[in-house]
Each structure stands twice: as structure tokens, then as C-alpha cells.
Design a protein around this ligand. Structure first.
Ligand code: HEM
Length: 347
């Protein structure tokens, strides 16, 4: 019988390609900036979901913009997956979180896939493909051969993943999107996707499969290629500090509703862009967390910390993340790690 892969095994797999990781910091999205603001629901939001953030009362939020890398050095000027984690502070002193990133899909469907993909990232010498694989198995299975690499070369990260994607279709969309990652002119000028499917419960009890994303009100704008070299390694932080002295950074929360047949439990598959999409409200980020002495680096954000009225789908990766982030947070001695601590705000 197959034994379930544990969250600890998945976190360990993550750690294998994080050279130089510093104790008590996040294993992913290591560099970030804490910010504060509020969320205001749209007039129609409450018709689609009974969760507290959508009932109309402005909800205070604590959020963190981040670079996806676990690189201990800050590199705002490099192409990377960016993150936006938002913690909504609800009336009963509980919190709920929405984590999102600049890619719209993830590169695994199951816990097993995840371990394989993580292994493809680990630096290792390339093995030559066998004659049988190249001349019989790949053509028989209509597999495109992976890009040839000289034996003995050590590969990691992108090239390792690209080679793995040659024979594993579920990781292709993720690999292609990751490869096209750009450097945004601002953390406030890129879109972020929560990737997984959730279930939104409406006042009449209807349960809809939904996917959330944040669209920047100022529009998406990458740094032109010929200007990247002039960017400082911490320019995203400097830009956000300056931006918030002028006006709030704003994002619209979009909720796409799945049609029958759309992938509900599989974060590696996207939905057509033509799905009905509801404007659920606007996020206003208006100040740095340090102004209110809130240490966001210590905080726990967890994609399974959900409000009443929004439930997790059966997505294995989403559910595993609930445990992985709790574990990662406990290891770095963060604040508010337990998912179910019986309330208690981390404000
Ligand atoms: C199995 C898949 C994944 C694993 C193992 C993983 C792992 C991690 C870990 C270990 C952290 C640090 C957590 C902490 O110390 O508090 C982290 C942070 C983060 N992850 Fe993931 N991740 C996965 C998928 C995703 C996906 C699909 C998204 C986007 C929807 C995402 C977005 C983020 C963000 C935004 C953060 C930073 C949160 C913060 O600012 O505290 N991750 N991830």
C-alpha cells in the first residue's frame, strides 16, 4: 500500500536547493517587505460569498510582498516569481490569509510529483540517456526528447526543471511561465494569483469552485530589458517606500468561477480566461508595517487559514501546503504558526 508523503518530507525536499539559507528565515520567499492597509469589498461580492471580508465592512490587513527565491542575498533586479501574502484581520480577532504569486499555475498535482520536481531542481551530474530510452521508449510514447546536455555537467534549477518537463507534461505550463518571468517596475505593478481552487459559499448555500487573483490598479509594467542592469538590488523596497508616501498601492481582487469540467483539484492546469469573473473588492496598501512596529518577517501566512464561507478544494498540494507552512514557521520560530489555535489575532 502506498504511504502518504509527509509535509516534513516535502519541506526537506525544498531545503535541498537553498544554499546559504540563514537560520530563522523563510525557506522560500525569503526576502520581503511588510505593509499594512485595508480591503473593501465590492457591492456584488456578498452575493457570491458569505465570508466576512466580502460583507462590506473595511477589513484591516497586514501583507507581505516578496521575491520567491530562497537566496539569502536580496536580488530585486533578477527575474523571479514574486509573492503577495495578505492577512485579513476579522472581527472576532481571528485572521484569514490569501497567498498568491506571479505565476498562475503550480508545477505539481500530487505530493509524489512535488518530490520529483524538487529533485529535478537539486544540482546533480547529468546522466546520459540510454540507447533504449532515446530510440525506443521516447518515440513509442510520443515523448519529445529532453534537450541534450553533456554528461558530467552539473545542472540545477531552471535547466534541471526544463529537462524534467520534457517528459512530464504536468510541469510544462509552470516551467514556461517561470521562464518568462520578468522584473516588475514595482511590487504594485504585477498581477498575483492564488493558483488553487477554493469553494466559495453563497448566501443561498450554492457552493462554487473559484480561483482568486489580484490585478494591480496601476496596470502591469515590467522593467524594459535595457534598463535592468541599472536597477539596484533592493530597488523594489525603495520604490515601495517612495510610492507609499504619495498614495496607496491598490489591487482588485478577481474571483473566477469554474465551469463544469474545469480542473478543480489540479493546480498545474489553468482555466480558460473567458470564465465568468467577479470583482470582489479592492486592496489598499497605504503604509509600511514598520511604521506601526509590526514585524511581518516573524508572521505566519498559511493558505489553509480560511474564513467561514471559503473552503479548500480537494487539491492535494493546497492541503499539503497547510502543514508545510505551519512546520516551516515553527522551525523559524515565527508568530501565529498553528493553523488552529482557537482564534487570536497576530496584529
Ligand atoms: C508544494 C508547493 C509549495 C511549497 C512546498 C511551498 C513552500 C513554501 C515555504 C516553505 C514557504 C515559507 C513559509 C514560512 O516560513 O512561513 C513559502 C512561502 C510562500 N509561498 Fe510557497 N510553497 C509552495 C507553493 C506555493 C504556491 C502554489 C504559491 C502561490 C499561490 C506560494 C506562495 C508563497 C508565498 C507568497 C510565500 C511567502 C509568504 C510570506 O510572505 O510569509 N507557494 N512557500
Amino acid at each position: 500500500m502506498h504511504q502518504e508523503i509527509t509535509a516534513a518530507q516535502m519541506l526537506d525536499a525544498f531545503k535541498k536547493d537553498a544554499p546559504g539559507h540563514a537560520a530563522d528565515t523563510r525557506w522560500a520567499h525569503t526576502h520581503g517587505l511588510g505593509v499594512l492597509g485595508h480591503f473593501v469589498a465590492s457591492d456584488v461580492a456578498r452575493e457570491f460569498c458569505i465570508a466576512e471580508p466580502f460583507q462590506g465592512r473595511p477589513i484591516p490587513v497586514t501583507a507581505r510582498f516578496s521575491n520567491g527565491s530562497s537566496d539569502p542575498e536580496r536580488h530585486d533586479e533578477r527575474p523571479d516569481t514574486r509573492g503577495l501574502a495578505v492577512k485579513f484581520h476579522l472581527a472576532d480577532a481571528a485572521d484569514c490569509d490569501l497567498l498568491s504569486m506571479t505565476l498562475s499555475v503550480f508545477g505539481s498535482t500530487t505530493r509524489e510529483d512535488f518530490l520529483d520536481v524538487a529533485a529535478a531542481f537539486v544540482p546533480k551530474p547529468v546522466q546520459p540517456a540510454s540507447w533504449i530510452r532515446q530510440h525506443i521508449l521516447d518515440p513509442l510514447m510520443l515523448r519529445s526528447p529532453p534537450p541534450p546536455l553533456p554528461p558530467g555537467v552539473t545542472i540545477s534549477g531552471g535547466p534541471g526543471l526544463a529537462q524534467y518537463a520534457g517528459s512530464h507534461p504536468f510541469v510544462r505550463a509552470f516551467t514556461i511561465e517561470a521562464g518568462l518571468s520578468q522584473v516588475p517596475v514595482s511590487w504594485a505593478r504585477t498581477a498575483y494569483h492564488a493558483v488553487h481552487t477554493f469553494v466559495a459559499i453563497a448566501p443561498d448555500g450554492e457552493r462554487r469552485p473559484v480561483r482568486f487573483s489580484w490585478q494591480p490598479v496601476d496596470g502591469v509594467f515590467p522593467v524594459p530589458a535595457d534598463q535592468i542592469a541599472a536597477k539596484a538590488t533592493d530597488f523594489l523596497t525603495t520604490e515601495m517606500r517612495a510610492r507609499l508616501t504619495r498614495s496607496a498601492a491598490q489591487f482588485t481582487l478577481k474571483m473566477a468561477i469554474g465551469d463544469p469540467g474545469d480542473a478543480v483539484n489540479d493546480p498545474s492546469r489553468s482555466w480558460p480566461v473567458t470564465r465568468r469573473t467577479i470583482n470582489m473588492g479592492t486592496l489598499f496598501i497605504d503604509r509600511l508595517a514598520e511604521e506601526d512596529q509590526v514585524d511581518v518577517e516573524q508572521l505566519s501566512f498559511n493558505p489553509m487559514r480560511l474564513p467561514a464561507g471559503i473552503e479548500a478544494s480537494g487539491d492535494e498540494i493546497l492541503r499539503a501546503r497547510g502543514e508545510i507552512y505551519q512546520l516551516g514557521c515553527q522551525e523559524r520560530r515565527g508568530m501565529g504558526c498553528p493553523l488552529h489555535s482557537g482564534g487570536g489575532s497576530t496584529r
